[in-house]
Ligand binder design. Structure first.
Ligand code: BJW
Length: 232
């Protein structure tokens, strides 16, 4: 049985990281065009670098919650038949123990060099324009995928989505493509589709099964269906 899990900001909300579109969300006070487009970066790089430096620091002090840990537990049980595709740029899945993981919208803990396209691991601020470790140019930006840019790993993700038996969407509003289209794709290829969210999202097609509630509560409950005994 193959399972693909798509996660969004809602899974990290109870770790203290704000979501994008909920009331009080991250982009209140920040125009999306200003901080999440290449054009916004060209217009005001300091604003964008400061925005991501702040978020990198916030993510570093956050801890994985029971939802992240439950998915890592399920991966240990299913091995290669399990894949987490996250839209999140934090590293809470890997710190919970997930290994089979795709960061389709990039990672806060990587930089992207606009001169040589290197993608070094990066944990420090970018605002002071550090040099790229590969080419020496001071042309680093956050390695995150902004609107109008191509997400990472689409071939691998697409293959996994069309061949899974169960597709699960956790804590995402279904407002951003191509991720938002995966539920329809999985359903078209015969997968059972499941949504775990605080409230039903805006999906293209109805899910077969909907579990409403906090991720920290419903994700471990859903995972426990598949695991007989794992005390780690
Ligand atoms: C809880 C909870 C709790 C709260 N427990 N739940 C049609 C097809 C293809 C593309 C497009 C299209 N139409 C438009 C496009 C272009 C565009 C797009 O989608 N625009 C929309 C505005 C319509 N997409 C793109 O530009 C993408 N690139 C692209 O399309 O390339 C060409 C291409 C074409 C065809 C095929 C393939 C490629 C790139 C998108 C990049 C998005 N980047 C961002 C920023 C990343 C860096 C950063 O983090 O700053 O990614 S935008 C932002 O939204 C971020 C997120 O990953 C993403 C999704 O947000 P998410 O995770 O869903 O968060 P929220 O806040 O929206 O929802 C939170 C949810 O949690 C809610 O449902 C709550 O209920 C729930 N929740 N607390 C459980 N405790």
């Amino acid at each position: 049985m193959r399972i693909v899990v798509l996660t969004g900001a809602g899974i990290s909300a109870e770790s203290g990281l704000r979501t994008f579109r909920d009331s009080g969300g991250l982009w209140e006070g920040h125009d999306v065009d200003a901080v999440a487009t290449p054009e916004g970066f060209e217009r005001d790089p300091d604003l964008v670098l400061r925005f991501y430096d702040d978020r990198r620091r916030a993510a570093a002090t956050a801890d994985p919650n029971p939802a992240h840990r439950a998915l890592a537990r399920l991966e240990r049980a299913l091995g290669d038949d399990f894949l987490v595709v996250t839209q999140n740029v934090d590293d809470l899945h890997e710190r919970a123990g997930s290994v089979r993981l795709m960061h389709m919208h990039g990672e806060l803990n990587r930089a992207l060099c606009r001169a040589c396209a290197a993608r070094p691991e990066w944990h420090a601020d970018l605002l002071d324009r550090p040099a790229c470790p590969a080419c020496g140019e001071r042309t680093l930006r956050p390695d995150v995928v902004w609107f109008g840019e191509m997400p990472y790993g689409l071939d691998v993700i697409g293959d996994a989505v069309v061949s899974c038996d169960i597709f699960v969407s956790i804590g995402t509003s279904g407002a951003v493509y191509p991720a938002a289209g995966y539920v329809a794709l999985a359903a078209a290829y015969g997968a059972r589709t499941v949504e775990l969210n605080l409230e039903p999202s805006d999906a293209d097609v109805p899910f077969d099964e909907v579990w409403s509630g906090l991720a920290s509560v419903v994700v471990p409950r859903w995972v426990d269906r598949f695991i007989v005994r794992d005390t780690r």
